[in-house]
Ligand binder design. Structure first.
Ligand SMILES: Nc1ncnc2c1ncn2[C@@H]1O[C@H](COP(=O)(O)OP(=O)(O)OP(=O)(O)O)[C@@H](O)[C@H]1O
Ligand SMILES: [Mg+2]
Length: 416
């Protein structure tokens, strides 16, 4: 039977449950059928495309954990949407916001394999309280998330809440810190009293606000009292419930507060693989070619998840606003390959701080330098670079040749 070796390999991979290799064997079969049975090859191609789209949308370990029920049993009353919230006595503003597990679902954060595995373990830990008790240990009940702005700390904290199927009592500490320090201590007390009474996760966002108040204030004694209140409340809460905190100024935290958290999880800026997954999520339903994606991933180095989202949202707006021109050019047979580049240039103009200085300069000032960088640093071939820049291959070769000549000329010209 023709192609039996591929079918054999495919069957073996399928039985081993190795999805990636199964896809590879299907691609081999498609290639083998391309000439002799193009219709069948096309069907296989469709299957592969569908699979790829599915992976693009949900590639992470955390996503696969959705919907599992946590076994974390906490004491306390049940929170409902009508439960009266604690308020600031001076202003009457509520001190917390309630989020319920069945509230609108945000997608799981994309964090990179190592961190996702660690968070998945942490979730499992809270699911296996009894097994842990047999070993004489308790699950960790206090978790501090820290990292640069926009890396997904708030998103992760809310995700953990949903995974544990518990309502989240969310308090932004910057809103809780009053100009009257006495009021601040009272607000902290009221917040913890509320959270301790109910079965919930307490999430303290912008956790550094307390520490900042300490630096800003002259009233050293008063601030000490506020920090002490916080420490006591955190200690008291350990037996009662689960606490998450997030900050992007971890260095400002009082060492005693820092020590109260058994897990201190740093959320880094996304590396290139993680950026690829994020970009795919934000780009959907827009699809980019492989070389466009590599250019985009390289140009977005140093950006947070929030930056990537801002960039792509802006890019989509650009696509909509310019869709007529793009379509017209396509109909008239003009090149439209550089749409991504034009969209990026527009974003670099509207939102200069998104890109680092070097990449910003490359995007806005110099075609030649961008071309060099794409080939030398982003790993594009000359053909790919020509396509993403919307120029012909011969233009690229000419430019590169003239660079070489310039370089040779400079070497020959005596300096000084
Ligand atoms: N790791 C991520 N995975 C997916 N989306 C992300 C990620 N990080 C950021 N985003 C996107 O950026 C938005 C803002 O992220 P989020 O508010 O969680 O950041 P943060 O770390 O809490 O920032 P800040 O320090 O400013 O409070 C998210 O709602 C999400 O759309
Ligand atoms: Mg946040």
């Amino acid at each position: 039977m023709e192609n039996f070796d591929i079918i054999l390999a495919l069957s073996r991979m399928a039985l081993n449950g190795d999805e990636e290799r199964v896809a590879h064997q299907i691609a081999r079969l498609r290639n083998a059928l391309n000439e002799s049975a193009p219709d069948q090859a096309k069907k296989l191609e469709k299957l592969l495309e569908r699979q790829k789209r599915r992976q693009d949308v949900a590639p992470m370990a955390l996503e696969q954990m959705r919907g599992r029920r946590a076994g974390l049993q906490l004491p306390g009353e049940t929170l409902s949407r009508s439960t009266p919230l604690p308020t600031d006595r001076e202003t009457g503003a509520p001190l917390v916001r309630l989020l319920f597990p069945d509230d609108r679902d945000a997608p799981a954060p994309i964090l990179g394999p190592e961190l996702e595995a660690a968070i998945a373990d942490q979730l499992m830990e809270w699911d296996r309280v009894e097994d842990l008790a047999r070993m004489g240990v308790k699950p960790n009940m206090r978790c501090l998330l820290y990292g640069a702005p926009g890396v997904g700390k708030t998103l992760l904290a809310r995700f953990i809440g949903r995974q544990l199927c518990l309502p989240i009592v969310e308090a932004r500490l910057d809103g809780l810190v009053s100009s009257f320090l006495g009021t601040t201590a009272r607000n902290i007390g009221a917040l913890f009293d509320f959270a301790d009474r109910y079965r919930c996760i307490l999430f303290l966002d912008e956790f550094d606000a307390i520490a900042k108040a300490r630096d800003d204030s002259q009233e050293v004694g008063e601030i000490k009292r506020v920090v002490n209140t916080l420490l006591q409340c955190l200690d008291g809460r350990n037996v009662q419930g689960f606490t998450l905190a997030a900050t992007n100024h971890e260095h400002l935290l009082d060492p005693a507060v820092w020590r109260r958290f058994e897990a201190r999880i740093r959320i880094p800026k996304p590396q290139s693989e993680t950026r690829t997954a994020m970009l795919r999520r934000f780009l959907a339903p827009v699809q980019l070619s492989d070389s466009e994606m590599r250019m985009l991933v390289w140009l977005t180095e140093g950006m947070s998840g929030a930056d990537l989202e801002t960039l792509i949202t802006g890019g989509k707006r650009y696509l909509v606003l310019h869709s007529k021109e793009i379509r017209r050019a396509r109909v008239q047979g003009e090149p439209t390959q550089a749409v991504l580049l034009s969209a990026l240039r527009r974003q670099a103009t509207l939102n200069a701080l998104l890109f680092d200085d070097y990449r910003h300069e490359l995007l806005l000032r110099s075609d030649d330098a961008l071309l060099d960088a794409l080939i030398e640093n982003a790993g594009l071939t000359q053909t790919e670079a020509a396509r993403v820049l919307g120029v012909s291959q011969s233009t690229v070769s000419r430019r590169l040749r003239s660079h070489d000549q310039d370089g040779a000329l400079q070497e020959r010209t005596p300096q000084g």
